[in-house]
Ligand binder design. Structure first.
Ligand code: TYD
Ligand code: MG
Length: 454
């Protein structure tokens, strides 16, 4: 058998390379390739190695049993993102920027799960047990029946967990874990991958749910948990703008529930508080109509959320005017600007454009296209939309507006928050009375004509 000669791996996509390079030709990322140390030398010559595994016909697995009960933490926002509670023996990765509040979230989760009757172990590789206890005290959780450990040696951790057999083990963080089967520093791709692999295997074999914490940096400098994403059942990202107190826990992959589900939290002096009605929170003070501000009726996962898009358009002194976006995709902003120019003849040349989603929320739905176009037009014309109106619809390159899913849920949420009117694409399915006066519009030219009288 040929000796494996590829010994460099990309932290972003996991592709293997024979040589080191600054740029990964599989995913295009820069500075993500580092040396990889193989876990073992593989089977000896002439044999396939290993023992014969057991095969089970799929039909034999069919039983009348209900799926294993999930455990709910009674932190509603967390349970929803997990798909209705924590599945036994599952492996969950919680990723996020350093300092965003992952340790706080998981300490609170550990206490909640423990109070729901699970045996929980919280292993910190970053803080001493005394520090974790101090944090728990600050969070008012010092009495929770959670066992703490401060350890980074993976072998010791697995031996301890094997003896204790807890229902849930939290590993904070995977970058600090060190496995003696791999000859490289903690935090390297090889170490992160080996430690995650061993911990997920442990979860499946010993029926212990494992939650791994992973740091991601914007530069992808440390071994990102991207490599780990393939191994685990559920990947959650904890996001938020540093300056804002709101934090979003988002499911990006979930074998046991819907992806794209979000949970909303607020960072307070006493830890993370759940936010049951995020719409009210993402809307800034809206007593008077303001030019450039448009409320988008969005759907995040299974939940309708109203958010405010704010645009500012100002004459530019630069040869290449600024396009600055916070909370939305900059490529999509360019598309909306191009459609406005090509289909409606409204040019933003020579103008700086700033677009912001209020409250530190990130929106990725294409249904926000129309709200963005409306905010841009409103800022450019210095004409405000009515303050009691929500907008949604996807924009195609021809300038036509396409209906989007869950129209009724969007309208219901808007009505609940006191809005009285909506602008939606032609063809949106609305059965019965939504309680709002809905204006249906076929294309962007029609929108400009109706709303701005151009
Ligand atoms: P932490 O959970 O340590 O972040 P991570 O594990 O993701 O690195 O949280 C760090 C920040 O949270 C820190 O800057 C302080 C803030 N914080 C509060 O505002 N209130 C609190 O009750 C706690 C525990 C932390
Ligand atoms: Mg931490």
């Amino acid at each position: 058998m040929a000796k494996s000669s590829s010994s460099f791996v990309c932290a972003n996509c996991g592709a293997r390379h024979k040589k080191w390079a600054g740029n990964c030709d599989a995913c295009g990322e820069w500075n993500t390739i580092s040396e990889d140390v193989p876990l073992s030398s593989g089977p000896t010559r002439g044999t396939l190695g290993g023992v014969r595994g057991r095969q089970i016909p799929l039909s034999d697995l069919a039983t009348n049993e209900t799926p294993p009960p999930r455990t709910r933490s009674r932190m509603e926002e967390l349970d929803r993102v997990l798909g209705g509670g924590l599945v036994p023996a599952s492996a969950v990765l919680v990723g996020g920027d350093p300092g965003i509040g992952k340790s706080t979230l998981l300490l609170q989760a550990a206490a909640s799960f423990a109070n729901s009757g699970m045996s929980c172990v919280y292993v910190s590789g970053e803080e001493a047990t005394a520090q974790v206890r101090m944090r728990a005290q600050r969070l008012g959780l010092a009495d929770a029946p959670v066992r703490l450990a401060s350890e980074t040696n993976l072998r010791d951790i697995l031996t301890t967990l094997d003896a204790e057999r807890p229902d849930l083990a939290i590993i904070d963080s995977i970058q600090t874990m060190w496995s003696d089967t791999v000859d490289s520093a903690p935090g390297s791709v090889s170490q992160v991958r080996a430690a995650s692999h061993e911990l997920t295997q442990f979860a499946k074999q010993r029926n212990t749910a494992v939650i791994l914490v992973g740091h991601v940096t914007k530069e992808g400098q440390i071994a990102g948990p991207r490599v780990v994403e393939h191994m685990v059942d559920t990947v959650l990202y904890f996001e938020g703008e540093r300056g804002h107190q709101f934090r979003i826990l988002r499911a990006v992959k979930n074998r046991f529930g819907p992806a794209d589900e979000i949970g909303v939290f607020e960072m307070t002096g006493e830890g993370l508080a759940e936010v049951a009605n995020p719409s009210a929170l993402f809307l800034s003070d809206r007593d008077r109509p303001a030019p450039g501000s448009v409320v988008f009726a969005g759907i995040e996962g299974t939940r309708p959320v109203l958010v405010e898009f704010q645009a500012l358009v100002a004459p530019s002194s630069l040869s290449q005017p600024r396009r600055s976006v916070v909370g939305w995709d900059s490529g999509r902003l360019s598309m909306v600007l191009a459609v406005l120019e090509a289909r409606c003849g409204i040019s933003f040349a020579g103008l700086d454009v700033y677009l912001n989603v209020a409250g530190g929320m990130r929106i990725s739905e294409p249904a926000a296209d129309l709200a963005v176009a409306a905010a841009l037009l409103s800022a450019r014309e210095d004409a405000a939309l009515p303050a009691d109106c929500v907008v949604f619809g996807e924009l195609s390159l021809s300038g036509a507006l396409r209906p989007v899913g869950q129209t009724e849920n969007r309208l219901k949420e808007a009505q609940k928050l006191g809005f009285t009117a909506a602008i939606a694409p032609d063809g949106s399915k609305i059965s019965g009375d939504s309680g709002l006066s809905v204006r249906k519009i076929a294309d962007l030219t029609g929108f400009v004509g109706e709303v701005f009288g151009a």
